[in-house]
Design a binder for this molecule. Structure first.
Ligand SMILES: CC(C)(COP(=O)(O)OP(=O)(O)OC[C@H]1O[C@@H](n2cnc3c(N)ncnc32)[C@H](O)[C@@H]1OP(=O)(O)O)[C@@H](O)C(=O)NCCC(=O)NCCS
Length: 146
């Protein structure tokens, strides 16, 4: 994870974040990322390396409750601690802004992401059957106190 800077996302990061998301299941489009970033409840973060955006994390915050809506790391930067550092940064920022708890949904078959969230202290609350399509999968709902 050398030379990676994690910070709040800016509008100029949208194409880079979209390129990272383009390689993942259910990835967000450039338009979708732009709309999310423009929303008042959005809290978006990026991990930047020498070649640009290497990681993207989109959250929402309202009434003390946060949600992690998207997390992705570019293929060539995976398994180097970028995803963990990015989500830790997001959780710290959300807590500083008054979030008391944070929720997320993850594909049941997405073991890398589930392991990441478990490592960060998220616990499974329940399962939403058939929540995802293409390919079909259940969503595991996870929660963590901040
Ligand atoms: C999930 C994702 C963001 C993890 O990013 P990453 O930078 O590779 O993760 P890190 O290197 O920071 O790993 C942190 C922890 O996550 C878990 N983890 C990450 N990749 C893993 C893998 N392939 N297998 C098992 N556990 C994994 C481990 O617990 C790891 O801790 P460890 O290194 O002590 O074992 C990345 O795999 C990704 O972008 N996936 C596609 C998008 C996605 O599925 N997002 C989640 C949507 S809910």
């Amino acid at each position: 994870m050398e030379h990676i800077v994690i910070r709040r996302m800016e509008e100029s990061d949208i194409p880079g974040a979209a390129a990272v998301e383009a390689a993942v299941l259910d990835g967000w489009s450039e338009h979708g990322i732009g709309s999310a970033l423009a929303s008042g409840a959005a809290r978006c973060f990026v991990a930047c390396g020498e070649t640009g955006v290497a990681g993207f994390c989109a959250c929402t915050l309202a009434a003390g409750e946060a949600n992690i809506d998207a997390v992705s790391v570019s293929m060539c930067e995976r398994r180097k601690g970028v995803g963990e550092a990015l989500v830790r940064f997001a959780l710290d920022a959300l807590k500083q802004e008054g979030a008391a708890e944070v929720f997320l949904e993850v594909r049941s078959e997405n073991l890398p992401a589930r392991r990441l969230y478990e490592k960060l202290g998220f616990a499974a609350l329940g399962v939403r059957r058939g929540f995802y399509s293409a390919p079909p999968d259940d969503a595991v709902v996870m929660r963590k106190d901040l």
